[in-house]
Design a protein around this ligand. Structure first.
Ligand SMILES: NC(=O)c1ccc[n+]([C@@H]2O[C@H](COP(=O)([O-])OP(=O)(O)OC[C@H]3O[C@@H](n4cnc5c(N)ncnc54)[C@H](OP(=O)(O)O)[C@@H]3O)[C@@H](O)[C@H]2O)c1
Length: 332
């Protein structure tokens, strides 16, 4: 039987999620990769346990995480039964709907029909009565935003979720979503965009909008799927994502010019006394507008290494300038 580390809350300080009562850990764990049918259950269990023992109270899922679709939630249901029932009130568990999930016109996008059915399916798979956060996973320009936000509102009101969030919305879509929620008398808790040293799009205008609207921000993919670590500097290891699960990170995309940039970033990280993975996580958290960095991991040691980013999370102006200079040479 799993007994969580007694000192789990002494390791990190929690950050307020926008204008809300909810505190999130600075690092959260996502179950997009490594929780489907290609990862042994025991490895998944060790990753989840290492996270919680390190103070990570937030696990992030979506209806279509796997492979196959739904499998990460199904496995998470088994983990709930084994390990997490006694800790349910110490956990923030999220899921999402918005991408293709089942065949036909009602298993994709942003209709009320899709979201209402999807939350029920997710709760069943995860053996939960409620999720803490339910997200609309991506904007749907063909569905009125009032319908999508109305569905999130009703899901929260029904008790199937405690808070509502959005993901992958741009700045103007976010502002509109927050306003529609406000009009209904509900606060949009959180936005989940992609953010890393290799994708700084949110700095253009999204961060201003979330600040103005008091919406929290959880940055997914701070390691760019593993690229922003030291692992690809000398080729493609057999146990890496690019080698064993190349659905999204393909070996052919790990080009020499990318490796050259990664090497320079790695040198800066090592001068700071940390690994590139640790610097990449700390860098996404340098502006308090980011509530949490949403990492993935294929083994427990990675979680432990990444949490230690917090031992040295501050940056000098010189270090930030040096990083900007390297990123300015990026050609993709
Ligand atoms: N809302 C959305 O549309 C959306 C989209 C994508 C992701 N997400 C969320 O964000 C979460 C994280 O995404 P991600 O997994 O792409 O994030 P990531 O943190 O950028 O990449 C994680 C991967 O990097 C490698 N890694 C992690 N720590 C390492 C370390 N210390 N040293 C070397 N390699 C390390 C591992 O891959 P290896 O297999 O190579 O070891 C790991 O699976 C997802 O699980 C999901 O919850 C959301």
């Amino acid at each position: 039987m799993y007994i969580a580390a007694e000192d789990r809350y002494e390791k990190i300080s929690y950050r307020r999620c926008g204008r809300s009562g909810l505190l999130l850990p600075p690092l959260s764990l996502g179950l997009w990769h490594n929780f489907g049918d290609i990862t042994p259950f025991g490895v998944q269990q060790e990753i989840l346990r290492a996270a919680f023992d390190s103070g990570i109270t937030h696990f992030d899922l979506a209806n279509n995480y796997g492979p196959p679709y739904g499998e990460a939630e199904r496995n998470f249901g088994r983990h709930m039964d084994c390990d997490w029932k006694p800790y349910r009130d110490e956990l923030i568990i999220s899921t999402k709907a918005g991408y293709d999930m089942w065949p036909g016109p009602y298993g994709d996008h942003g209709s009320r029909k899709y979201l209402m059915a999807s939350i029920d399916q997710s709760l069943k798979r995860m053996h939960l009565d409620y999720v803490d956060i339910f997200y609309h996973h991506r904007p749907d320009p063909d569905t009125p935003i009032e319908e999508t936000m109305g569905a999130l509102y009703d899901i929260v009101k029904s008790g199937k979720a405690l808070y509502a969030g959005i993901s992958n919305y741009d700045a103007s879509q976010t502002e509109k979503a927050a306003e529609v929620m406000e009009k209904m008398g509900m606060h949009l808790l959180i936005h989940q965009p992609n953010y890393s040293m290799f994708n700084r799009t949110i700095e253009d205008d999204l961060t201003d909008v979330v600040k103005k609207k008091g919406v929290g921000l959880i940055a997914f993919g701070p390691l760019c799927g593993g690229l922003l670590t030291d692992k690809y500097l000398n080729g493609i290891p057999a146990d890496s994502r690019a080698a064993h699960d190349p659905r999204f990170l393909k070996a052919k995309d790990i080009t020499e010019d990318k490796i050259a940039i990664i090497k320079r970033l790695s040198d800066i990280a090592h001068e700071r006394g940390q690994s590139l993975a640790q610097m990449a996580v700390a860098w996404t958290l340098r502006d308090p507008v980011v509530t949490s960095a949403l990492i993935g991991a294929s083994r427990p040691e990675q979680v432990i290494e990444n949490v230690r980013a917090l031992d040295h999370a501050g940056f000098t102006e010189d270090e930030l300038d040096a990083i900007d200079k390297v990123l300015a040479d990026k050609s993709w």
